[in-house]
Design a protein around this ligand. Structure first.
Ligand code: ADP
Length: 574
């Protein structure tokens, strides 16, 4: 990821650099085009300035006063005439030389810097004119020290050979002043590369290229630049890139040579405008792409944020669906449990119904013979007195009666009479009934029968039967136990509005059999003849008739503990 960022950064820098150079090239081309137009303008102005006066020496050479003066006439008249011409044409000086180069008349004859009496035979323009050509020359005035442009023409004065030379000197300093005023950086150089005129005066009389010995000798002979040292200009042009370094600053550079005397005009225009514009364009585009990039990033971040929110809400929905599913699963599990319970209840009800049918026929069929046996025994005892056989028979008859009594419970029809009864008082009756069973067993009984009333709505006889069954079972369980205790407790479950009683013992306990198993009819661990396995079945049935529940577990005392819970009866609410 970091490597990718680095590549992006490099590509960005590359693109920005390319952009900078492309826009720089564009703006530079524009600036060069404008500079070329300006250079053409400067060149035409210069050409016009020179050409305006190119024909004046020829016209003056035909002037009769000039010829007259040259033929020995008085000079004063020509001096005045030349002064008038010079003034009206705006020319620096007009002067007439004889064939040796000695000045015999001049427009400035009456001034301190009069040319009259001076010999200019050494000047190239004089020599060219004597040959019959138009003499042209730029140089510093030998007399005045003022630079100027000279035009010269031979004066024949009616003869075949030239008798003299008429010359004019133009002051080009106005041109230079104009350049300066325009703010342009411009310079004019001659064929030797010497700067003749320049917008910056310090460039004047510097050379664009170093001069060789012959060039210097020629210049000295013509006294062209007086005592100027003609040192090199501090610049380095580069024609290929059209730029030049001038005094350490870079400029756009254009030159033209289409001028008289092989002169050339050089224009330097500032480069920093193109550079600044290129920077601006690059900066603007970099900024724009930065803004675009930020906008794209922002959109991406927003999209990711929205997706995150969506997935969060989907996750929440999923979690809610999961929770609903878990609830449904739990409900289904409970329903299945309750179904299983109901099925078990149904099976038990079916078995009890069958037991009821069986019980009623057995009790009915056995009732008569048992009653007959008891009567026979009573009659025999009356007539013969009690014998060991009759005692034994009495015991067997009692056991049979006991069995039919228990079975009768299953064959009974209808509901018993219900009334408010106190559990402690019922327990008290049950214990009284069982008192003979406690005798000789050395069992410690813990029970608090003196507490407040615990009322339930029920049938006293039936509840007594339940209590009797539970206490008798506890007594039986203690038979071989080293510790012989029975504890009977009562209580109230405030929250469920229920009351309970509990019979716990220190007997052999339930082992790993559940109450559900033990309450099944005919489930017994006793030896044959001692129990039928109907006690808990009957008790659980009675408790159910009272809308109560019965539970059993191995008790903390070491034996078993049976608890019966029943709805609390309150007189106030009844
Ligand atoms: P029975 O007393 O005729 O066997 P019950 O229905 O009263 O029939 O009891 C069924 C069985 O439950 C008993 O055989 C005995 O194994 C067990 N049982 C009942 N009460 C207790 C108790 N207090 N301690 C241990 N086992 C008990």
């Amino acid at each position: 990821m970091r490597g990718l960022r680095f590549v992006f950064l490099l590509v960005g820098i590359g693109v920005a650099t390319g952009l900078f150079w492309a826009s720089y090239a564009y703006f530079k081309a524009q600036d060069l085009e404008a500079a070329a137009a300006r250079l053409t303008l400067y060149r035409s102005t210069l050409q016009a300035e020179l050409q305006n006066f190119a024909h004046l020496p020829f016209l003056l050479s035909l002037d009769p006063v000039v010829a007259e003066t040259l033929n020995g006439g008085p000079t004063a008249r020509l001096d005045a005439r030349l002064a008038r011409f010079a003034q009206s044409a705006g020319i620096d000086a007009i002067y007439l030389m004889d064939s040796d180069g000695l000045t015999i008349s001049a427009s400035n004859a009456r001034t301190d810097q009069s040319f009259v009496g001076q010999n200019y035979g050494f000047r190239p323009y004089f020599q060219a004119a004597l040959k019959g050509e138009l003499g042209e020359f730029y140089g510093i005035g030998a007399t005045t020290g003022v630079p100027g442009y000279f035009f010269a023409m031979a004066v024949r004065a009616g003869g075949e050979t030239p008798r003299g030379v008429i010359a004019i000197k133009l002051d080009l300093s106005d041109l230079q002043a104009n350049w300066q005023a325009s703010g342009a950086r411009i310079l004019l150089s001659n064929a030797d590369g010497v700067v003749l005129l320049a917008s910056d005066p310090s460039w004047r009389y510097r050379t664009l290229n170093p001069l060789d010995g012959a060039q210097r000798a020629r210049i000295v002979a013509a006294r062209q630049f007086g005592k100027e040292p003609l040192s090199n200009l501090d610049w380095s042009p580069d024609q290929r890139s059209q730029t030049a370094l001038m005094g350490g600053t870079r400029f756009l550079y254009l030159s033209t040579g289409d001028l008289p005397n092989s002169w050339s005009l050089h224009l330097l225009s500032p480069d920093d405008r193109a550079v600044t514009r290129a920077w601006l364009v690059t900066g603007a585009l970099v900024l724009l792409s930065g803004v675009l990039f930020s906008a794209v990033q922002l959109r991406r971040v927003r999209r990711i944020g929205a997706a995150l929110k969506r997935s969060e809400s989907e996750e929440a929905q999923l979690r809610a669906a999961n929770a609903r599913l878990a609830v449904e699963i739990e409900e289904r599990r409970l329903a299945e449990q309750s179904l299983t319970r109901t099925q078990a209840e149904l099976e038990r009800a079916g078995r009890l119904a069958a037991l009821g049918t069986l019980a009623s026929s057995v009790t009915h069929e056995l009732g008569q013979p048992i009653a007959a046996m008891r009567n026979q025994l009573a009659a025999a005892e009356i007539s013969q007195g009690p014998t060991p056989l009759s005692d034994k028979m009495q015991g067997l008859v009692a056991r049979m009666e006991n069995i039919t009594r228990q079975l009768k419970f299953f064959s009974r029809k209808g509901r018993d009479q219900f009334e408010p009864v106190d559990l402690r008082s019922v327990m008290s009756d049950a214990l009284e009934l069982l008192a003979p069973s406690f005798e000789g067993r050395e069992v410690e009984l813990k029970v608090d029968l003196g507490g407040p009333e615990i009322l339930v709505e029920g049938n006293r006889m039936r509840l007594e039967q339940v209590m009797t069954n539970l206490v008798r079972n506890a007594l039986d369980a203690l038979d071989d136990a080293p510790r012989r205790e029975i504890e009977i407790a009562f209580g109230q479950e405030a929250e469920d509005d229920k009351v309970w009683f509990e019979v716990s013992d220190t007997g052999h306990g339930l082992g790993n059999r559940s109450f559900e198993e033990l309450r099944e009819p005919f489930t017994t661990t006793r030896e044959s003849g001692k129990g039928m396995g109907l006690g808990l079945t009957i008790s659980a049935g009675i408790v159910a008739d009272h809308s109560g529940t019965m539970t059993a577990q191995n008790s903390a005392m070491g034996g078993a503990s049976f608890r019966v819970s029943l709805p609390h009866y309150k007189e106030a609410t009844a």
